[in-house]
Design a protein around this ligand. Sequence first.
Ligand SMILES: [Mn+2]
Length: 257
Amino acid sequence: MTSAQLARPTRKQRVRTLWVSDVHLGTRDCQAEHLAAFLKRYHADKVYLVGDIIDGWKLRSGIYWPQAHTNVLRRLLTMSKRGTEVIYVTGNHDEFLRRYSSLILGNIQLVDEAEHVTARYHRWLAFLGDSAYEFTLTLNRWLNHWRGRYGYGYWSLSAYLKHKVKSAVNFISDFEEAIVHECAKRGFNGVICGHIHHAEIRQMGEVEYLNCGDWVESCTALIEHWDGRIELYRLAEDQARQASLAQAEATSAEPVV
Ligand SMILES: [Mn+2]
């Protein structure tokens, strides 16, 4: 394959699973164009939406809904029509969707949490970070502390970092430990979540911890390939790779003197 073909893929890449979370459609920070472009590149058997897809809290206080946000929903509906199983793990910011779910979500499934079996026959739990604090006092304390203090409806890592770096680090480790503890207790090999806007793949004891990150700042997602390998996609790395391929292509196209 030539570098030109690599730089401009015309066919969709077939993958087993995609996971995205924390898109926050309905807010100005949402990177909807990038997400729509990302989704368009793949043909996936399953897509999991792991919480905070539409920001219902923000919508109540004034509508911000450009075409690009509609395009993301359209893309998901199109994928679902063409055979992709789209599973929407709902969360506290998406709660209002449950009331309208049959109306606007077509054949997208709404679930509290989802069990996913990878191609390697590992059982993964895809669920929302914000349901984890219901059974974890430590995390609950941090969330309530933070929410009460800054009056936000959802967790924003960057906003918090500006205020108190050390507490943010504690929050994240408490969050991860709470989730991993729950999964080990229930016999899962791994967990896939979102919520803290911090993408990661990390082994924590018996359990592999995967976080989808977000499409507000970092533009990250998780991709399961056909062999069961799970990749952490980062838009910035992808763009850098595309740029260097384009450069290599330009260089090789220069006339030899
Ligand atoms: Mn979020």
